[in-house]
Design a protein around this ligand. Sequence first.
Ligand code: IMP
Ligand code: MG
Length: 174
Amino acid sequence: MLKKKQRVLFTREEIAREVRRIGNEIDRDYQGREVILAGVLKGAYLFIADLARAIEGPVVIDFCRIASYGAGTQSSGIIEFRKELEIPIRGKDVIIVEDVIDSGLTLEALYNKLLDQEPRSLKICTLIDKLARRETQVNVDYVGFTMDDGFIIGYGLDYDERYRNLPDIHVMDE
Ligand code: IMP
Ligand code: MG
């Protein structure tokens, strides 16, 4: 059950608008070249589903799943692939599709790992960028929303595996 104090931060209409905008940007940048969308499970599952449909050019979809080790909610940057990409990305144009970038440590490790597989190009797309909490510099190519601190749920994002199915994005009060 959703408690009243979890206020809506981004509505489903705002999300849809930003997803369409990013899809248009990707079409403009890739000019009909095939792009591999590499979604990071689980959080990006709804975003990648909508984003893929907002792109008119040819798209291939794959997923990886990552565990990031650290104390409590703090990311350590030491990542373990729970599931690797299945499609070879060597020589391909790849976009990592993330739900949230927080410290940036998980993404930095993922980016370097995928870079080792020698894609033709490798970009980063995130629905939400928590800029204020960044601990390492990552160049994000496509961003839906930026926000400061705060824990968010909905539209794929969970708190203890719950609330991923909420259509809007909510902020949880401490
Ligand atoms: P980072 O390594 O600190 O950037 O961790 C980013 C990952 O932590 C994201 O991919 C999310 O899975 C998770 N995460 C960070 N902030 C939130 C949040 O506010 N709600 C839900 N998950 C989050
Ligand atoms: Mg994630």
